[in-house]
Write a protein of this length. Structure first.
Length: 133
């Protein structure tokens, strides 16, 4: 009897918020999705460029007024990779612009673990072939 092959996924979060990181790590653990957190935009972008992540997360509060610019850069680097954007302040106009950039999900804090689990599960249902081609 062969054992089922477990698939593992990687995710990365741009944030300094330890509570936000903890919520993502807890929700990700249930889906074999291991998150790493990075507070530095330069290191974060290099990792997004180099590594085979399944999900990328961007905390708008990390860069505040510059967030939309950085989201555009992330989308240029990995246009098909599911991008989840988190913000403490929800501005419908900015939210529309964020979705226009191809964001998979935009969530205001606090983040619900139940909702996050569903969002992450949906993000992982995108085949790896679709992510990099």
């Amino acid at each position: 009897c062969a054992l089922p092959i477990l698939k593992y996924y990687k995710g990365i979060i741009l944030t300094q918020d330890a509570d936000l990181t903890a919520v993502f790590k807890k929700s990700g653990d249930e889906l074999n999705l291991k998150f790493e957190s990075n507070p530095d935009i330069s290191d974060y972008l290099l990792k997004v460029w180099d590594n085979g992540f399944s999900v990328i997360v961007f905390d708008c509060d990390q860069l505040e007024q510059e967030s939309l610019k950085w989201i555009k850069i992330i989308r240029r680097i990995r246009p098909k990779l599911p991008l989840i954007v988190i913000s403490k302040d929800f501005d419908p106009q900015v939210g529309g612009e964020i979705y226009d950039e191809g964001t998979f999900y935009y969530q205001q804090q606090p983040v619900s673990e139940l909702v996050l689990s569903e969002v992450l599960s949906g993000a992982l249902n995108i085949s790896p072939h679709e992510l990099y081609n």
